[in-house]
Design a protein around this ligand. Sequence first.
Ligand SMILES: Cc1ncc(COP(=O)(O)O)c(C=O)c1O
Length: 429
Amino acid sequence: MKIDSRFLSRIRKQFPAVEATPSGRKRAFLDNGAGTLVTKRAADREYDARIDWSANVGNHFTESIGAEERIMEGRSAVADLLNAEGPGAIISGESATSLMFSLSYALGREFAGSENVVTTGYEHYTNINPWVELGSYGEIKELRFAEFDKDSGKLDPSGIQEMIDSNTKVVTVTGASNVLGTRTALVEVGKIARDAGAFYIIDAVHHVPHELTDVRRIGCDFLIFSGYKLFSRHGSFMYAKPEHIRKLTPYRVHSAPKRGPGKWEWGTRDQAMFAAITGAVDYLAWVGNPSAKRPPKEGKQRRTRLAMAFKAIERYEKELMEIALHGKGKVPGLNDIPGLQLYGPPDIDKKTGRDPTFSFKLRGYEDRPLSKVLWDKYRLALGAEDFFSRVPALYNKKTMLRATFVHYNSRAEVLSLLSALDYLARKKK
Ligand SMILES: Cc1ncc(COP(=O)(O)O)c(C=O)c1O
């Protein structure tokens, strides 16, 4: 499967808001790192669940049974997406941040206070503050950062190895930096974590729309992502190795389930959130085989289609990244626009690849006003802030501008960003 211009226009039809705002204003949506657009399948499934299956679970009447089914379907869809052992390994939560906090509380109970947690230098604060909090309550001794190389934006896994000692009990890393686009070598880091006998946690929120996730290949104990970064709505999911679901003791209220994912879930499930993620996963499976007559069966067949989808997505996003970094024809890339400082890898790493996330500053412009000009004059939607990451501060910057592409973006949208930035850069020369 290849995402050529014909297939791309079919893909874009799956996203009703891809071309224009609700008021009909044409624009290029490049703020995908802050939350992608929602695919129609996810929105339709959510609507059905909200209206038809709005009851609570556990009763004999139709709506209650239907709600339970939507939840099971959602767990199963996420299990296929992540290659988990089964739907019982998928826990839901309000956000990735809330899941990371609840996971840290559960792990904190296992520690005596002398332990340390190792992470990367380019984390989102979601994967920092929960561990800082554990430290402030004396449940761990310290949080250690393996710093990346600021020139290349890359992190050698040996940097993580160096941080580890016999007191390291958690290695927790992002799949990719949500500012730099740098990918973490997840399989390699997994081996390091296992050799250290540490819990291995992945914050996959930023990375999940860009590469096929495989929790068993990565060898992680926990992995967290959010639906709104994967063409669905808000609400998040955590994979946990079944043995951890059983043995660990998360905070829970008295009448909540004592086993299974329900043991880890706080409050009442939202069947509409599960229905929406099922729609998003089915959309991705469709990308893997758009001519299939029927949606795939749960399990192996759906996983195979997802693998095909991500193969096509990775290939296409690589093309977009080549254009973004190096330009095309007379349009210069981010590496060549005068006065533009790109933060993050200037190339696509041969081993790990790269996520199509590009943070930058343009000489002569403040970030927020520049993002307004890009919106007002060029109809380019992208954000300027710190993106809840410690990365801007490491470069002594409060904010940066960020464009994140996903597979529904077109080559023309990448080029229009580059042309606008090149024009604005030359105006200031
Ligand atoms: C890498 C990363 N982790 C965590 C989060 C936070 O996710 P949530 O809003 O679901 O808590 C984000 C959101 O931008 C992110 O990019």
